[in-house]
Design a protein around this ligand. Structure first.
Ligand SMILES: Cc1cc2nc3c(=O)[nH]c(=O)nc-3n(C[C@H](O)[C@H](O)[C@H](O)COP(=O)(O)OP(=O)(O)OC[C@H]3O[C@@H](n4cnc5c(N)ncnc54)[C@H](O)[C@@H]3O)c2cc1C
Length: 337
């Protein structure tokens, strides 16, 4: 275990915000983490669990303890006829897990290639990309209580996965540290999801359809589309795509027939936050040291030593103008600390 005071977090958040935490602890095993939490000397209200920091905006120094799990093993839990159940520990880099599965020709995670961050955060917002969400593959999430370090687990049903949502962002917010995630993957990949955007075309350019060619295609598309946080601080999509009801849908579509829409269930439509932001004139705009990416209106960027408050202020202006123009509320995907 590593314990530090006044610890700089610049390297631990993809927005590249230069802040410190009063205390920083990195744990290297689940047992060590359970022992630490069981002592009860960390106030859960002043505790921040940090993964790769790719979905966090720090608005100032963190006056509490940042706990970063660094345990990162992968284990095959069950080997069934058609499926493998594997567990991956919280501190493992998500994309290293995807690469590990693709190398073994296991099917399921290939569309989720190249998403930054660690395994422990994946269930929190049910990460998703290219038509797949992690919650479709996750069977169990193992946790430790932040109050007393006691272990527990939640089945996928209890995790209540939704669009960029789970029980860990709602009723169980701030109650648990996720220690490991179990996933069910196909041993002979057969069903591929290629309908999203131009994915199928790019896969076919790479050869026949395999988990490897899908992973390569997803990485290629993502590299072309999204700014690299190492070069330009960002946290991917800053806002979620709004869900609207049929009345709002009818109102907007009659005014903007070109508006991209996905039907998501009875009386619910998902509309593109990027389209709304672009239409409101924000794409590529700069406000001081913060801005909106020129190729992707959903991505707010740190244009050089911006502080978190500047980025937050920009996000508020964007939300306000989308609200005024379309009467639609944007919800943040990024956690503001
Ligand atoms: C360039 C870029 C592209 C992205 N693309 C996508 C995308 O396609 N799809 C998508 O869904 N997301 C995307 N994201 C967002 C981000 O990658 C995911 O949300 C990722 O899961 C965050 O992981 P992290 O480890 O960095 O979490 P952090 O940012 O460290 O933490 C995020 C939240 O999870 C909590 N948390 C982290 N670990 C644990 C744990 N072990 N136990 C309990 N709570 C924990 C934190 O307290 C915080 O509330 C993108 C981000 C970037 C920078």
């Amino acid at each position: 275990m590593i314990v530090r005071y006044k610890y700089p977090l610049l390297k631990y958040n993809s927005f590249g915000i230069d802040v410190c935490s009063d205390k920083y602890i990195r744990t290297t095993t689940i047992k060590e983490t359970a022992d630490l939490l069981s002592r009860g000397d960390i106030d859960p209200g002043k505790l921040l669990i940090l993964g790769g920091g790719s979905n966090i905006l720090f608005t100032g120094d963190f006056h509490g303890t940042v706990l970063q799990p660094a345990f990162n093993h992968i284990n095959i839990e069950k080997n069934e006829q058609e499926y493998v159940i594997l567990s991956a520990e919280a501190g493992l880099n998500w994309d290293s897990l995807v690469e590990w599965t693709v190398k073994k020709n296991l099917g399921g995670l290939e569309n989720l290639s190249y998403i930054p961050g660690n395994v422990g955060a994946a269930p929190i917002q049910n990460i998703g990309a290219y038509g797949v969400e992690a919650g479709e593959l996750i069977t169990k999430v193992h946790v430790l209580s932040l109050e007393n370090g006691k272990p527990a687990f939640f089945t996928a049903r209890k995790c209540m996965f939704g669009y960029r949502d789970s029980v860990f962002k709602n009723e169980l917010k701030g109650k648990y540290l996720i220690t490991k995630v179990e996933l069910r993957l196909r041993k002979t990949p057969a069903e591929f999801k290629l309908a999203y955007g131009n994915l199928e075309k790019v896969v076919l350019e790479k050869g026949k359809i395999t988990v490897r060619t899908i992973r390569d295609a997803v990485i290629k598309i993502r590299k072309e589309k999204l700014p690299d946080p190492v070069l330009t601080g960002n946290a991917g999509s800053f806002f979620k795509n709004p869900l609207i009801n049929i009345n709002k849908y009818n109102e907007l579509i009659s005014k903007y027939p070109e508006m991209p829409v996905w039907e998501t269930g009875a009386d619910t439509y998902k509309i593109s936050a990027a389209w709304l932001i672009e239409k409101a004139g924000w794409k590529g705009k700069r406000e001081g040291r913060a801005g909106v990416h020129e190729n992707h209106a959903l991505v707010l960027v740190n244009l050089g030593r911006a502080d978190g408050l500047e980025i937050l202020e920009l996000s508020r202006k964007i939300s306000n103008s989308v609200q005024t123009m379309f009467g639609v509320e944007l919800t943040r995907e990024v956690k503001v600390v």
